[in-house]
Design a binder for this molecule. Structure first.
Ligand code: VGL
Ligand code: ZN
Length: 189
């Protein structure tokens, strides 16, 4: 039997319309993500969220020469998951990007928000997970990095196409990212 986990990447207020680094129509994926959450919860499959969790002076911010306006600063509203998303109690939370001097796009750079401080890969292995379903933001950054790391770590990885959205700083970035993920072995659903 294959053990599945749903990985919800960075579905945070700052990446949704009105947020500091909004993905265009980022919130449009929420009904799709919610359907998958409900399906996984009904089947008692694992649900994992990742969050960008930056200090106020993170290296990726413009004032430090990085590419992005300040976003997802811990303990600000923009850091929180989108309030429309309804998650079952007991889902696993992973945080990344806390180190002020290091960029971290991949959920696999994350550590558990609980006292275990496990890495995402160690946690998934501890739960005997072998297949990941990926949804969230942004296709061309954190979804891409998380998916490529998942494949490199040996997980069967399915990207739910209508459950992800991209920034597209250059037009076509998201499509290219999806093609790259597929070329490296991800299934696009
Ligand atoms: C992300 C840009 C900066 C993401 C995070 O979650 O895709 N993008 N930090
Ligand atoms: Zn960030």
């Amino acid at each position: 039997m294959t053990r599945d986990a749903l990985i919800i990447v960075d579905l945070q207020q700052d990446f949704c319309p009105g947020g500091a680094l909004a993905v265009p129509h980022g919130d449009a994926i929420i009904p799709v993500v919610q359907e998958w959450v409900n399906r996984f919860a009904d089947n008692r499959h694992l649900i994992v969220t990742t969050q960008d969790a930056h200090p106020p002076d993170h290296i990726s911010f413009l004032e430090r020469g990085g590419p992005w306006p300040p976003h997802c600063i811990v303990n600000t509203p923009g850091y929180l998951l989108h309030p429309a998303l309804r998650l079952p109690p007991g889902h696993a939370r992973f945080l990344k990007g806390q180190d002020r001097d290091r960029e971290a796009y991949s959920g696999f750079d994350g550590v558990s928000a609980d006292e275990s401080a496990l890495s995402l890969a160690d946690y998934l292995r501890s739960q005997s997970i072998d297949r990941l379903y990926i949804v969230g933001l942004a296709t061309d950054y954190c979804v891409r990095a998380t998916t490529l790391d998942a494949l490199a770590a040996g997980f069967e990885t399915v990207v739910i196409k209508n459950g992800v959205r991209g920034v597209d700083v250059s037009p076509g970035d998201s499509e290219r990212a999806l093609a790259e993920m597929a070329a490296k072995g991800a299934q696009l659903l």
